[in-house]
Design a protein around this ligand. Structure first.
Ligand code: SF4
Ligand code: SF4
Length: 462
């Protein structure tokens, strides 16, 4: 019977102290009149329990930044300023707002709402310089989240036959290569995480099961007696130089990843011979020549390529690497020009830091997006790097597996809902149609060139 895909979401409370975006500071000229207590409906201002004649320190994490207490204070004693801890979170693409947004999504599983309107820049580096077409946003019937119109987020991982062979009696004779259908274009990859623990890995595996997606992880993650159902969500990723003959797959494993190395053609042959019913994905460090490497892989009938970018979504193997936004488009276009695009599944991983990065990667040419660092940020990681020195301010290593599984399920649920919003606003009914749809996006550099090349005396193409 047809069952609609549903992600089970429930609130998973934070373990660490909240990090408010703004803090309210009360100056010494406060006369403890208590007007702020009356003004604030969120309970930020309270009288001190020890001495009710005085006001206690503001509970900043409850503040919604409405400014009412500041306006009502007869002494002008209250000031709102950016929270120092908030400002110290993250770096580069991983801005404080992105990090705290992920925390909120992982806690509630809901789409974040920025009720005061957007007050930031309208362009920036990387994916921030790419705007998606939302021209159908006014059509209320296009509502994939609440079910008035069904929008599919299913994708296939594996090689699709270019044509079908039929026998004399009309029966299909094509031998179908192994293929995996996922209900969401998102997988999880924990092979490059800086920090992990048994509880975290078990929680990630739980989330992969809840979401019916794949968890790419180092070999040996699951115990040898794990059920076929558990193994079906697990993708062991082997490092470069692994002897394919030494690989032992547990019952139920549907896909394996191998880091691309010089012997990849032999690895492919050997893998096909030993595991004909298992999907093989080659992991490829994104580089300047990734287009030609991917074309070589397609020619040899490789079914899946997982292209790896760094935490900023930049190519790994070159100093002046391209952003995934350019690199993915180049790989996609190269395959389209050779008419082989549908013969391979392209997974893109690295630097996916916000819900919007999923549809943007897909528009640039990815079929599936791999979440990496966002999985740990969902667990309230501060991105402070102190784990590299053996300590963690939030004791991530002690995070219980159920808590991890719940937070990760929530963030993927919230991101899928945002993907549905984007698809609905574009008038698309399935995510497969979004892949490589460059006409669905505007790129800042293109607009800038078109607008200013004449003025600046340029040729219009650079
Ligand atoms: S209203 Fe102003 S003066 Fe009165 S208690 Fe609040 S901060 Fe102090
Ligand atoms: S700014 Fe608004 S929400 Fe924040 S403490 Fe003042 S009254 Fe409360």
């Amino acid at each position: 019977m047809f069952e609609r895909y549903h992600i089970p979401l429930k609130t998973v409370q934070s373990r660490a102290a909240p990090v408010p975006k703004f803090v309210i500071v009360r100056a010494d000229n406060c006369m403890n009149c208590g007007k702020c207590e009356k003004a604030c409906i969120y309970g930020v201002h309270k009288r001190s329990e020890q001495d009710p004649r005085k006001m206690a320190d503001p509970i900043n994490q409850l503040c919604k930044n409405c400014f009412r207490c500041i306006q009502d204070c007869p002494q002008r004693s209250l000031v709102m300023m950016p929270g120092p801890e908030f400002r110290s979170l993250g770096r580069g693409t991983w801005t404080p707002l992105r990090i705290t947004t992920i925390w909120g999504e992982a806690e509630t599983g809901k789409i974040p709402v920025f009720g005061a309107g957007y007050r930031g820049m309208f362009t920036g580096p990387g994916y921030d310089g790419m705007w998606t077409d939302m021209s159908e946003i006014v059509r209320p019937t296009r509502d994939g989240i609440h079910g008035r119109e069904f929008i599919s987020t299913s994708v296939d991982i594996g090689r699709k036959p270019a044509y079908l062979d039929f026998g004399k009696d009309g029966s299909v004779e094509t031998k179908f290569p192994p293929i995996i259908e996922l209900p969401i274009p998102v997988v999880m990859d924990v092979t490059r995480l800086r920090t992990s623990s048994e509880g975290m890995l078990t929680g990630f595996a739980q989330a992969a099961g809840h979401l019916d997606t794949l968890l790419i992880a180092p070999p040996g993650l699951l115990p040898s007696g794990a059920s076929a159902e558990l193994n079906s969500h697990y993708v062991p990723a082997y490092p470069e130089g692994t002897d394919v003959d030494s690989i032992e797959l547990q019952d139920g494993v549907r896909m394996v990843e191998l880091q691309l190395g010089p012997s990849w053609k032999d690895d492919l042959k050997q893998f096909r011979y030993r595991f004909p019913g298992t999907v093989l994905s080659f992991r490829l460090n994104a580089a300047k020549d990734s287009e030609s490497t991917v074309l070589d892989l397609v020619k040899s009938k490789v079914e899946v390529v997982h292209v790896l970018y760094d935490e900023e979504s930049v190519e790994l193997d070159s100093l002046d690497g391209r952003h995934a936004k350019e690199s993915l488009r180049a790989i996609h276009k190269a395959m389209v020009s050779k008419a082989v695009r549908d013969q391979i599944t392209l997974i893109a991983g690295g630097g996916i830091a916000a819900a919007e990065h999923v549809p943007k990667s897909i528009i640039c040419g990815a079929d599936v997006v791999a979440l990496e660092k966002a999985l740990v940020i969902a667990l309230e990681c501060r991105d402070c790097f102190t784990c590299s020195k053996g300590s963690c301010p939030i004791n991530l290593h002690n995070a219980p597996a159920d808590w991890v599984g719940g937070r990760v399920t929530n963030i993927v649920g919230a991101w899928r809902d945002q993907l549905l919003e984007v698809l609905g606003a574009m008038g698309l009914r399935e995510v497969r149609r979004l892949r490589g749809e460059l006409g669905r996006a505007i790129f800042y550099e293109d607009v800038e060139r078109e607008a200013f090349s004449d003025v600046l005396g340029g040729s219009g193409d650079g």
